[in-house]
Structure formats: C-alpha cells, structure tokens
Write a protein that binds this ligand. Structure first.
Ligand SMILES: NC(=O)C1=CN([C@@H]2O[C@H](COP(=O)(O)OP(=O)(O)OC[C@H]3O[C@@H](n4cnc5c(N)ncnc54)[C@H](OP(=O)(O)O)[C@@H]3O)[C@@H](O)[C@H]2O)C=CC1
Ligand SMILES: Cc1cn([C@H]2C[C@H](O)[C@@H](COP(=O)(O)OP(=O)(O)O[C@H]3O[C@@H](C)C(=O)[C@@H](O)[C@H]3O)O2)c(=O)[nH]c1=O
Ligand SMILES: [Mg+2]
Length: 283
C-alpha cells in the first residue's frame, strides 16, 4: 500500500514516515508541492500511483495568521480544495487533518463532529473553510480533527515548556483552556489505520475527532511535562484574560472521539504515555 503525503518536515508528516511500517509513505515537501502553487498540487496528484492521499501540510502559526490571513487562507483553504478536487477526479481517498480551533469553545461538553462550528480566529476559520472545500469536492474523504499536537520535532508546547522551565523558577500558565494533548505519533498511527481501511475499499466519508486522553488544561499539561522531565519550576495558574494574544483561543477544546472508535476501532491514546517518548527524545 502506498500513501502520498503533502508536507515533509512538520510534526505529523515526520511521524507518518516514522510509523509507516510496511506502508510506502512518500512525503512531498515545499520544493515538490508548494501549497501556494495549485498547478504543482494538481500535477502531483495526477501523476501519483498512491492508494490514499494525506494532507499533513498547513499554516499553523495561530497568532501570525491574524495578520497574514491571505497566506493562511491559501494554505488552509484554497490549496486543500485544489487537492481534494484533484483526488476526487482520480478516485483516490483524501485524508486531511483539522483542528479543535474550528469551534468557539463555549460550554464544557465535548464537541461532536457534527456540532456547529464558529472559529474565534483566522487560523480556525481558514481550517473550517478547508473542511468545507473537501466536503464539496465530491470524492471519498475523512477529516481528522485533533488538538494540542506535540512531538519531538517541530515547534510545540512540550519544547517550549522544556526550554522555559529550565530557565525560570516560576511560569504563569493558562488554566482555563481545556483540551486533549495529542502526540503526532498517535495521529500518524490513526491516519495510517484509516488509510488502510480506505485502501481496502471503504467508501464512507466523514469528519472525525481524535485527541489524547485525559483532557486537561495547559497548566495541567505543563505540570506533567515538568514532572516527567524532572524540572523544578513553579506553575502559577492564570485565566486566559491574563494572557493576551493576537488570536483568541477556545476555552473548551474537548473533543468527543467516539465515532472514530465506532467506525475504525481507534481509541483515544493516553497522552501521558506518549509524552514519555517525547521527553526522552528532547532531554
Ligand atoms: N500543531 C498543532 O497543535 C495542531 C495541528 N493541527 C493540524 O495538524 C496538521 C499537521 O500539523 P503539524 O504537523 O503540527 O504542523 P507543522 O506546523 O509542524 O507543519 C506544517 C507543515 O506544513 C508545511 N507547509 C506550510 N506551508 C506550506 C506551503 N505553502 N507549501 C508546502 N508546505 C507548507 C510546512 O512546511 P515547512 O516545514 O517547509 O515550513 C510544515 O512541514 C495541520 O493540518 C494542522 O492544522 C491540528 C490541531 C493541533
Ligand atoms: C508559552 C506559554 C504559553 N501559554 C499558553 C498560551 C496558549 O493558550 C497555550 C499553548 O500555547 P501554543 O503557542 O502552543 O498554542 P497554539 O499555538 O495556539 O496551539 C494550537 O496550535 C494550533 C495549530 C492548533 O490547531 C491547536 O490545537 C493548538 O495546538 O499555552 C501560557 O499560558 N504560558 C506560557 O508561558
Ligand atoms: Mg503553536
């Protein structure tokens, strides 16, 4: 089985190669497939002999997107539509990754895949338009919404905490945003399981949720990171209102992941176990 991946150096693309096993995973970097160049995307899909396509490339700089919205729109929406239409034309199933930031974050109930969206910022809004473009393309697809992605490569909260925690005696960390930290390796495993089902003939399309368990706040996440890394750094829990950022973030990022288990047998992984490997790699 062969999988064509858009994205090469990101957290999830790196994990897809690492976790491929006997699956032939071919990653296209910016030089081979720039998401700003629709012709390159169409040409790559027209030429591929892959059984499944996964898009692991995205504009993920949440705050920067507020002032760089044209670029975020191109990468997270327009390019995704181009890929999905080209995949539909070839009859190749298209797997895509989206985010908890498509939701407004009110309430305290886990979001269901068919709940009404309402992004608070440009990043989330462009990611939602990308999902809609896939739904409209008419092919076989699955969108996997995940949250709080961490790994031993790329930029993420674990790396930031290991860096800041080593330097400071005290850190103020948001304690009223709740969600599920998710290891890129676990996302890769989920996507490869899904890819296998589609390569084996699955025809049902849909949006699914996938995040690590248990849900926690960023302060709770930081505490576990410091604990595992043996870092002594006091955490002062703060409300979001004390941490102003260009983009607003959802307070409630809990994702109900049950349909992924029903349809694909994929359970929520314990992020604390996946974190052990990441902390080991980074320390
Ligand atoms: N990070 C997170 O916390 C979360 C991420 N997600 C989603 O998961 C998916 C994977 O995210 P993650 O692996 O963390 O992302 P990263 O930011 O680690 O990687 C994004 C990748 O996209 C590539 N990319 C960006 N712009 C372009 C472009 N114009 N042309 C080609 N490639 C481009 C980057 O390439 P280069 O290396 O060359 O810059 C990079 O390899 C994304 O869809 C994201 O929205 C969902 C929830 C949380
Ligand atoms: C560095 C730092 C961050 N924080 C907070 C800010 C923020 O709410 C939270 C996490 O910081 P980040 O910069 O990692 O947040 P952010 O980049 O918004 O993370 C998001 O990225 C996109 C791509 C997604 O799709 C989301 O699921 C989510 O993972 O921690 C503190 O409270 N104190 C600190 O010292
Ligand atoms: Mg970030």
């Amino acid at each position: 089985m062969r999988v064509l991946v858009f994205g090469e150096n990101g957290q999830v693309a790196t994990s897809l190669r690492k976790r491929a096993g006997d699956i032939d995973v071919i990653c296209l970097g910016r030089d081979q497939a720039d998401l700003g160049a629709p012709d390159m995307l169409r040409a790559a899909i027209e030429a591929t002999d892959a059984d499944v396509i996964i898009n692991a490339a995205a504009y993920t700089a949440v705050d920067k997107a507020e002032t760089d919205s044209d670029q975020a729109e191109q990468v997270n929406h327009l390019a995704v539509g181009t890929m999905a239409r080209a995949a539909a034309k070839r009859g190749i199933p298209f797997l895509h990754i989206s985010t908890d930031y498509v939701f407004p974050g009110d309430g305290d109930q886990p979001w269901q895949p068919d709940d009404e969206t309402g992004a608070l910022g440009v990043y989330g809004a462009t990611k939602r338009r990308g999902e809609e473009a896939i739904e409209m393309a008419g092919g076989v697809y699955a969108v996997l919404r995940t949250s709080w992605v961490v790994s031993s490569t790329g930029n993420n909260f674990v790396k930031t905490m290991l860096r800041l925690g080593a330097d400071r005696d005290v850190l103020t960390i948001i304690d009223d945003q709740t969600g599920g930290p998710t290891a890129a390796d676990d996302i890769a495993d989920a996507l490869l399981t899904m890819a296998r089902a589609y390569a084996d003939g699955r025809k049902d399309s849909g949006i699914y949720h996938f995040s690590g368990a248990p849900d926690c706040t960023w302060a709770g996440f930081a505490a576990e990171i410091f604990d595992q890394a043996g870092i002594t750094c006091e955490i002062t829990p703060i409300p979001t209102t004390d941490y102003p950022t260009p983009a607003a973030r959802p307070l409630n990022s809990r994702l109900d992941c049950s349909t992924l288990e029903t349809d694909f047998g994929i359970k929520r992984p314990d992020w604390r176990k996946s974190l052990v490997t990441i902390v080991k790699d980074l320390t």
